[in-house]
Write a protein that binds this ligand. Structure first.
Ligand code: DAU
Length: 354
């Protein structure tokens, strides 16, 4: 019999990619997804086409302890993969309360449910925390790489709530022996990412002939990974018992400045839509994000040593595939971008940046 999975945040960008790859790579896995499906970030259409008898979606909140306990009783998961989180740094600056609730209280609720449901019988079980390289804070330069032993130094409300959650995951392991693992992912790109994040925001605004907002001088640096590579890294961690109790950075070995990344997206768009070229003419420098981390990343060396993972999709290929996905899915784009609450937030946030 296959493993039984509970995946939180499965209707989001990375969660839905993970569920797809899990179902296709493990033909006997049973997957229960838990997601609020708020209609903005968590979307039914992100799960469209999965249609497997081995997958079941439960709509609900990870902070709802009663619901989570019932789900553990019904699904009897061996493996919990915890993606559900508020994840947009700008929104955490605009209103941090929702981040504390989902990322801290939500993780606590899941950890307690796992502890009580598994009741000390931890053989073959796993609680995997999907975290971020942002918990290590601003590294200053691309060669000052953090690894899993580096102390947390989060600088945004978002990163602080993820660090708090990660501390709890480690504490539940130390105190009760809960079989945990953690991954610190870098910036992702790929299909179904909500256009509140840089890559889809730039693609969609450029296609619409709108300006492309670059915070500050555009020299902040990020490491970028195709979401399929990220999902496969987590699957590789879960495939090995030796990864229990460990944490791993997930990412490529080089960073890219925001300005360069946006110019590379524009070059792909110039090739696909020559009538709008040069799309880079739409770039505008706007007021910087408060507390903007200049550079963050983690080393994936430990992950490569432990499970042999390395990224397969080079950044140029990832950018081209991502642009093509957005060009090929106008109905998804139109549903996502016509949300009134999101449009109002965008108008206010970017209006204030000048
Ligand atoms: O490193 C992993 C993290 O990457 C994840 O944990 C976060 O959930 C994810 O949102 C991402 O955080 P960033 O803040 O790096 O992503 P974002 O797409 O918001 O911004 C990427 C960079 O681009 C960042 O330096 C800010 C800049 N930026 C972003 C937006 C939305 C701009 O210059 N203009 C923009 O309009």
């Amino acid at each position: 019999m296959g493993r039984r999975y509970l995946v939180t945040g499965a209707a989001g960008f990375i969660g839905s990619t993970f569920v797809r790859r899990l179902l296709s790579q493990q033909p006997d896995a049973l997957v229960w997804s838990l997601d609020r499906v708020d209609g903005v970030i968590g979307r039914m259409d992100n799960l469209a086409g999965i249609g497997s008898e081995r997958h079941r979606l439960v709509r609900g909140d990870i902070c709802d302890a009663g619901l989570v306990a019932r789900l553990f009783a019904d699904a009897r998961p061996d493996v919990v993969v915890h993606f559900a989180a508020e994840s947009h740094v700008d929104r955490s600056i605009d209103g941090p309360g929702a981040f504390v609730r989902s990322n801290v209280q939500g993780t606590f609720t899941l950890l307690e449910a796992a502890r009580f449901a598994w009741h000390g019988d931890f053989a073959g079980r796993r609680f995997h925390q999907v975290s971020t390289d942002e918990v290590f804070g601003d590294r200053g330069s691309d060669d000052n790489v953090a690894d899993e032993g580096t102390a947390f130094a989060p600088r945004s409300p978002y990163a602080a709530t993820k660090a708090a959650a990660d501390h709890m995951v480690r504490a539940w392991h130390q105190t009760w022996g809960l079989p945990v693992s953690l991954t610190f992912g870098c910036n992702n790109l790929g299909p179904r990412q909500h256009p509140e994040k840089l890559v889809p925001l730039v693609i969609l605004r450029a296609l619409a002939g709108q300006t492309l907002p670059i915070y500050g001088d555009g020299l902040a640096m990020r490491r970028w990974l195709h979401v399929d590579d990220h999902a496969d890294a987590i699957l590789a961690v879960l495939a090995h018992d030796r990864t229990v109790g460990h944490a791993y950075g997930v990412g490529p070995t080089e960073g890219t400045t925001n300005l360069t990344l946006v110019q590379r997206i524009c070059a792909v768009l110039d090739a696909r839509r020559p009538a709008g070229a040069p799309h880079a003419a739409l770039i505008r420098h706007v007021a910087d994000r408060p507390g903007h981390d200049r550079c963050y990343h983690t080393s994936a060396a430990a992950l490569q040593d432990a499970v042999g993972w390395r990224p397969r999709i080079a950044l140029d290929d990832a950018l081209a595939r991502t642009v093509d996905w957005y060009l090929d899915h106008p109905a998804w784009v139109s549903r996502v971008t016509s949300n009134d609450a999101w449009k109002a937030w965008m108008a206010r946030w970017y209006g204030d940046r000048g």
